[in-house]
Every structure is written in C-alpha cells, then in structure tokens.
Design a protein around this ligand. Structure first.
Ligand SMILES: [Zn+2]
Length: 331
C-alpha cells in the first residue's frame, strides 16, 4: 500500500486523485491567477510522472489529452504518482494565444523573454515568464520522468511526433527509452535545432536527471478527437513502460526514427496550397506546396530537395514571404 503523498503544499491520500492549484501571479486589480494541478497518488508505490500541456496557450489538444487521461484513470489501479498540469501557462491559455499577448503589447521590452518553454529552469526573481518556468520546474524536479505536450502554434499541424532532448544529456538514454515506448509512430532524435537548445523544458528536465521529451500532435487552436485518442494511448504507454499500469505498451502500426528537421519558407506571398498528405514519405523533387497570387498566377513551387517525411504542414490559407510552409523529417 502506498503512503499519503505531500506535494505542492497538500497531502494526497493513497488511492486518491485531487485537484489543486498553486498561486502564480497577482494581476493589477488584485485578482490571482493560479496554476491548475491534478495530483494522483496511486494505491501502490511506484515512480512519479509529470504530464504537462499548454505551455503555449493555443495548444488545446494537449489540454484535451491530459483531461482525457484524468477521466480514464482509476487511482486504485495505478502504481506510483502523477503530477498533471493540463494548462502550464494559464495567462497564455486565457488569451488563446502562444504567449500572453496582452502583456507583450503592454510592455514588450520588459516581457522578454515571454516564452516560458525556452526559459527553464526559470528564475524566482525574474519576470512573469521566468517565475512560471521556475514554478513548473520545481514540480518537475520531484519526478522520475516527464512529458511536455504541444501542438504547433495556430496555422500549423504536426504528425504525432516524439522529440527527444539533446543526446549529450545524462538522462538521455532513459528519455529515449520512454520516448520509444510512448509509441507515437514518429521519433525525432536530433542533436541540433530549436527543440534541443538549452532552456527548453525537456532539455533542462533531462539535464536535471528527469528523463523528458517534447510531444507535438495535431493543429494549434483546435481540440481534435483523433489527436486526443492518440495522445491518450501514448501517455498510457509511457505509464506502462514506467510500471505504473499493468501490461506492455501498445505499439503503433509503423514507427519511423528521424535525425533532423528540414523547414521550408515561402519566398513569395499569396494563397498557399499544400500538395502532400501529412505523414507521407516524399522523394527528392516532389512538390510540397504551391503559392498562387491573388490573381491566380503560380508564383512559387516548393519542392523537396531530398527524400524525407512530411511531418509538419502549414494550415494557413495565405502566407507572406518568409513564412513557414512545410517541414520534412530526415531519416
Ligand atoms: Zn508549443
């Protein structure tokens, strides 16, 4: 039998799940904004697993995945403990935007850095973003493993893709094993680029000895049933891998491992048409997307310079020069 768990200032009895919140910030009118938590203390002892979503406020699929997880679990059947943070960035979620855009408009200079995802382990004396990262990191540090669920920001769509932290980190091996068991079907093991930089949530967690990865799924600004079902299956797989649930992880029908992203940006502005299905393998020379002028002229054809897998599409109807239009994953 497990014992009562003292976490985040409260006691959670064995075999129970409680909803809780931690105060984050006081607004000018005195209103308090809190970080929502669900804390599950399983009936039997086991590891502590952190599941976080919506550190970017428009990434609602992650919120749906965590909420589906919470309604599908019976604490009596769980070994170990769960810290679930369905909305890691409440101010941004309230704005339904990647960042708390109102704050940025008010004082752009003072709000930098404004993306908590990139500011781990955070700073208790920093700006509102760094204080949030610090608060989240204090929860993550007490765990044995963690996952950080994302979607692209609005206007983008990802295949379900598990993105590992930098391979030089001490707990990378455990993060990779957890990521493979997660079973999203697409695994990115890159050693450069945005996702493996210092300061990223999963990088700093793994550096601190808590194996962690980033999971991207579906489209920003939407709640999608297919993504919710897939995401739930993956999180349950991670819990099976960690020994928190009985049975073996349920593997995806196919799985591909990649080592780099290759992104493409528009050189012309106009209406965007995407020619490849998300998740499809493409050969060098294949047309990925086309840009037409508002008069109907074909302005640009974006082609794949090499073989790859179409992992991220742009769902915006129009683009200007410099905007991202497609991303391939390279094996
Ligand atoms: Zn994100």
């Amino acid at each position: 039998m497990s014992e009562t768990w003292s976490v985040a200032g409260i006691a959670v009895p064995a075999g129970r799940m409680v909803r809780h919140s931690l105060e984050l910030v006081e607004l000018p009118d005195g209103m308090r904004v809190s970080l929502p938590l669900a804390l599950l203390n399983g009936a039997r002892p086991g590891p502590t697993f952190y599941v976080g979503a919506a550190i970017h406020g428009d990434e609602a699929n992650g919120v749906a995945i965590v909420s589906r997880l919470l309604t599908s679990l019976d604490p009596a059947g769980v070994a170990g403990r769960l810290i679930c943070v369905p909305v890691q960035n409440p101010l941004a979620f309230q704005a339904d935007h990647r960042v708390p855009v109102g704050l940025y408009l008010k004082t752009p200079l003072d709000q930098a850095p404004i993306d908590p995802w990139t500011t781990f382990p955070g700073d208790p004396a920093g700006n509102v973003t760094e204080r949030l990262s610090h608060r989240l990191f204090s929860l993550i540090q007490g765990c044995d493993a963690a996952v950080d669920i994302h979607t692209p920001t609005r206007g983008g769509r990802y295949v379900p893709i598990t993105i590992l932290p930098h391979p030089s980190l001490p707990a990378y091996g455990k993060a990779e094993a957890l990521g493979r068991a997660f079973g999203s079907g697409y695994l990115m093991a890159a050693d450069q680029g945005m996702y493996v930089r210092d300061g990223i949530l999963c990088v700093e967690a793994t550096r601190a000895g808590v194996p962690c990865f980033t999971f991207e799924i579906g489209e920003g600004g939407r709640v999608e049933e297919e993504a919710t079902v897939t995401g739930l299956r993956c999180v349950l797989n991670a819990m099976r891998h960690l020994g928190m649930l009985p049975g073996a992880p349920d593997p995806p029908p196919t799985s591909v491992r990649m080592r780099a992203f290759l992104g493409f940006r528009a050189n012309r502005g106009g209406l965007l048409t995407t020619d490849v299905k998300l998740g499809e393998r493409v050969s060098a020379g294949a047309t990925l997307a086309r840009i037409h002028s508002i008069y109907g002229d074909l302005l640009e054809t974006v082609t794949a310079p090499r073989d790859g897998i179409f992992v991220r599409s742009t769902t915006l109807s129009s683009v200007l020069s410099g905007e991202r239009v497609a991303t391939l994953g390279l094996e």
